[in-house]
Ligand binder design. Structure first.
Ligand SMILES: Cc1ncc(COP(=O)(O)O)c(C=O)c1O
Length: 402
């Protein structure tokens, strides 16, 4: 496919003029000049130089299956022959099939799905439902976590993303991540929900101490607060389990999924909820409506994505690749944070992740630093690398640091 502009300079200029001057200034300063062209599997090809990059940014998991996974492309092509987005007011077998499949992925415990067009919207619904069903206001989340750019999701995040837009909504409190005692001190009988990522990506792939989620679940149960887990990045196999909370013995009241559920091809997100919470909508079926949430084309892409992710051996392979990378990175100058293929390289220098992003980029690896802890480089390879691609990746990363 021909790029829309003839060269890198005119692409950057048009982007700066019409999309974002700030992003262009940032990328120019950081020395990241990629204009994404053709893409396939784990690779992005630069539109003008033809240089290939292994995508270990993956947009936080959108490209868990790499780019344009053939199974997902085929399902979407087939759907385009027969379907459109559908009308969210109507009964839809496609939506029901995806909801049933997601319910099964939680062992049937989260039997209801409310669809959304993005993760933020799904978090907003989780907070609405927590408040609506408990009649309580307080929402407790973690400092340095990230739940999205919309109203309630934004309110649960860090001040830097919301302060420019006025005072925060009332009822939101943040505590340090990984500290069950700090949570215990603020969760009370006015708390509707605790909203957490099992591993906050933006905080630098912060792996909590063992038993943390179980401790959080105990506090929630004792105070009658709901536990909402934001698995937008950690879910769908990323940590070597289908859902990251399966690493501990917890049953959340809601799980939010997004990003990877799209298969990288059609926006899709969902809030998965217990049957008790689902009952809230029995008498209010139109209280929360999302025009694009649960598009039937997206359902086809998401079902194909689940087919790939849940195929026998996939999770085992993710864990095996994780172990292999851990030993292949031995001796490199960072602390490896790791659960499955959710990885972070933590450096001693406060801006070490930023510098490292440039170093790996020069070797053809695309990564981002963690915005709420720039000492960490987020390292999220696609989950379906071949052995040869893993070797290629290791070579590029080692060359970057040696
Ligand atoms: C953990 C987490 N939750 C929620 C969101 C919001 O998702 P979206 O950007 O699709 O609205 C993000 C996006 O980066 C995320 O990383």
């Amino acid at each position: 496919m021909e790029p829309p502009f003839p060269d890198r300079e005119s692409t950057f200029e048009a982007f700066a003029r019409h999309v974002s001057r700030g992003k262009v200034a940032f990328f120019e300063k950081a020395g990241l000049d990629l204009v994404a062209g053709e893409r396939e599997g784990p690779f992005y090809r630069d539109a003008f130089s033809g240089r290939s990059f292994i995508d270990c940014h993956c947009n936080g998991g959108v490209f868990n299956l790499g780019h344009r996974h053939p199974g997902v492309v085929a399902a979407l092509r087939e759907a385009l022959e027969h379907l459109d987005m559908g009308n969210h007011h109507l009964v839809s077998g496609h939506r029901a099939a995806l909801a049933a499949r997601l319910a099964a992925s939680t062992g049937g415990q989260l039997a209801g799905a409310v669809f959304a067009a993005c993760g933020s919207e799904a978090i907003d619904l989780a907070i609405k439902l927590a408040r609506g069903s408990t009649g309580r206001l307080k929402i407790v989340s973690a400092q340095g976590g990230y739940h999205g750019h919309t109203g309630l999701a934004l309110a649960a995040g860090d001040p830097q993303y919301r302060d420019p837009f006025g005072p925060n909504l009332s009822g939101f409190e943040q505590v340090p991540f990984g500290d069950a005692a700090a949570l215990d001190a603020v969760v009370d009988d006015t708390t509707a929900a605790v909203v957490l990522e099992p591993i906050p990506a933006t905080l630098g792939i912060a792996i909590p101490p063992p038993g943390y989620l179980e401790g959080v679940a105990r506090v929630c149960a004792a105070r009658g607060a709901l536990l909402v887990l934001d698995e937008v990045q950690t879910g769908l196999g990323r940590t070597g389990r289908m859902w990251a909370h399966e690493h501990e013995d917890v049953v959340p009241d809601m799980v939010v999924t997004g990003k990877g559920l799209s298969g990288g091809l059609y926006p899709m997100a969902a809030t998965l909820v217990t049957p008790e919470l689902f009952a809230f909508f029995d008498t209010r079926p139109f209280v929360h409506v999302s025009t694009y949430g649960g598009s039937e084309l997206g359902c086809a892409a998401a079902l194909a994505t689940l087919d790939v992710t849940e195929a026998p051996g996939v999770l085992e392979r993710i864990n095996a690749v994780s172990e292999f990378l851990a030993s292949a990175f031995t001796g490199l100058p960072f602390e490896l944070r790791r659960r499955g293929l959710m990885m972070g390289f933590r450096f001693d220098r406060p801006d070490g992740g930023m510098t490292a992003a440039r170093m790996v980029y020069e070797q053809g690896v695309l990564c981002a630093f963690a915005n709420n802890d720039p000492s960490v480089l987020q390292f999220l390879p696609p989950l379906v690398l071949t052995d040869a691609q893993v070797e290629d990746l290791v070579g590029r990363v080692r060359r970057a640091f040696e």
